[in-house]
Design a binder for this molecule. Structure first.
Ligand SMILES: *Cc1c(COP(=O)(O)O)cnc(C)c1O
Length: 474
């Protein structure tokens, strides 16, 4: 495909900006650029075709099945976009006086209330722009809490080995030492190892439940109690709340702080489309440390307030506001029963696929799962030389986006599937049939699988060279 610069033709143009309605002001001479800006020149139709071509080459949940485990690629209802494009939400400026944007502040306040209800927390900040960003804020809150109590020796954060890679990274970025603990035979927290790991230097534990292999930890209350008894706080990685929303709440499981990914669970655009939103909820003990833009109501109107011992800002203003509008639309569309139903359906769908696929592939932890499950192709690799990557590429040729691959690291040759609640039984049956056919090819013509994909814009990429010698310029 050609770049905009390559299809540019001198003299072509389109008026994308409205007419100037303020006096034109030129920058001071010493600030003005000396050479003209090199911009592509295109007409509106050329521009539109370029992006339509790009769009057709992109795979999204609107193109087909997208079972990306630990990423919740659910369908995003169009009504979210309608709400986010209302002028009163879209055409506002962050520096406008609060009296003129009361509706926008009400959106933040209402969404905060809903998310507190869903998570069992007492306050929420919308500043973080992604899940990992939220994790960083969450561990900074834990740090601020211990500091405020002059409990300065708490420098360690415990993270299980099955955790999302962002957990240890966020803890390390916040200046903590990461203590890794191994999982037990069910992929859950090993209680004895946790007891050995906690001491008076423990600042907290970071955990996701259901965990990364899709299982709900039956010992969750004991786990959070062990950390609390040692003086630490519990952080809940709620990037994927799809299995539990409306059913159980992190706050009731003993967690003190949680981040959510609106771009996973709450049906806002995810991947490519961005931007994201990773709001952080916390219990009252951490509320005073939140970033500076908390919305309050003084009885007459909404205002922004800076919490007393705020950790400061992690993003300009109040985060990606229009993403919050979409999430609130989703929450209001579903209502409390609908949210619960979505979680139930997500779990039913995952278990349906797990049971059906277990006829053809090994399931890493073959027990009732939550919103996702993990296949392991280690035996297939040993017997037929076909890897998880080969199967992922074969799926591409069938119009299916591959599952998450080679994650979590504790499962070899992993394929992690999350169908989500928005897929029908018929769609899942079609996908199961594709998996079955690929299983037949594994036994009859394994070599052909190394050659896939054949129908995509680019064939199999040399991933080693791409990682070792990246060419970062076109
Ligand atoms: C996706 C995910 C994250 C990170 O979220 P980003 O928005 O990609 O930063 C963290 N933890 C878990 C469990 C996730 O699935």
């Amino acid at each position: 495909m050609k770049l905009l610069f390559e299809i540019s033709k001198k003299g072509h143009f389109c008026d994308l900006l409205p007419e100037l309605d303020v006096p034109e002001a030129m920058p001071a001479e010493d600030l003005a650029r000396g050479i003209a800006l090199d911009l592509p020149e295109l007409s509106e139709v050329e521009l539109s075709r370029h992006y339509t071509r790009l769009m057709k080459r992109t795979f999204g949940v609107n193109s087909g099945f997208y079972p990306l485990g630990s990423c919740t690629m659910k369908y995003n209802p169009r009504i979210n976009e309608d709400m986010a494009s209302l002028q009163g939400f879209r055409d506002v400026h962050p520096l406008q006086p609060v009296e003129t944007v009361q509706g926008c502040l009400a959106v933040l306040a209402e969404t905060e209330k809903a998310l507190c209800e869903i998570t069992g927390m007492d306050a929420v900040t919308f500043q973080p722009a992604a899940g990992a960003h939220g994790e960083f804020v969450g561990v900074m809150l834990i740090k601020a809490y211990h500091r405020s109590r002059n409990d300065l020796k708490r420098t360690k954060i415990i993270v299980p080995d099955a955790a999302h890679g962002t957990n240890p990274a966020s803890a390390a970025m916040a200046g903590f030492t990461v203590v890794n603990i191994p999982s037990n035979a069910h992929g859950c927290v090993d209680i004895e190892k946790l007891k050995e790991a906690v001491d008076d230097e423990t600042a907290g534990l970071m955990l996701t439940n259901p965990n990364t292999v899709g299982l709900f930890d039956p010992n969750i209350l004991e786990i959070t109690q062990i950390v609390h008894d040692a003086g630490g706080l519990n952080y809940y990685d709620g990037a994927n709340l799809n299995a539990v929303m409306g059913i159980v709440r992190p706050g009731d499981m003993g967690f003190d702080v949680v981040h959510l990914n609106l771009h996973k669970t709450f049906s806002t655009p995810h991947g490519g489309g961005g931007p994201g939103s990773g709001p952080v909820g916390c219990k009252a003990i951490l509320k005073d440390f939140l970033p500076e833009c908390q919305v309050i109501n003084d009885g007459n109107k909404y205002l922004f307030e800076k919490p007393a011992q705020s950790i400061g800002n992690v993003k300009a203003f109040y985060g990606n506001f229009l993403v919050v509008v979409r999430a609130l639309t989703y929450i209001c569309t579903l209502g409390s029963e609908g949210i619960r139903d979505a979680a139930v359906q997500a779990v039913v769908n995952a278990n349906y696929m797990r049971c059906q696929l277990s006829d053809y592939y090994d399931v890493a932890y073959d027990e009732i799962c939550m919103h996702e499950f993990v296949l392991t192709l280690q035996d297939i690799k040993d017997k037929y030389g076909v890897t998880a990557l080969d199967v992922a590429k074969a799926l591409l040729d069938n119009g299916i986006h591959p599952p998450t691959m080679y994650f979590p690291l504790i499962v070899h040759e992993a394929l992690m599937l999350e169908p989500t609640e928005t897929e029908s039984k018929e769609t899942m049956d079609e996908v199961i049939e594709v998996f079955r056919k690929i299983r037949v090819v594994i036994e009859t013509d394994a070599a052909s699988l190394h050659d896939m994909p054949k129908t995509t814009p680019v064939r199999r990429l040399d991933e080693v060279s791409a990682a070792r010698n990246p060419r970062l310029k076109y």
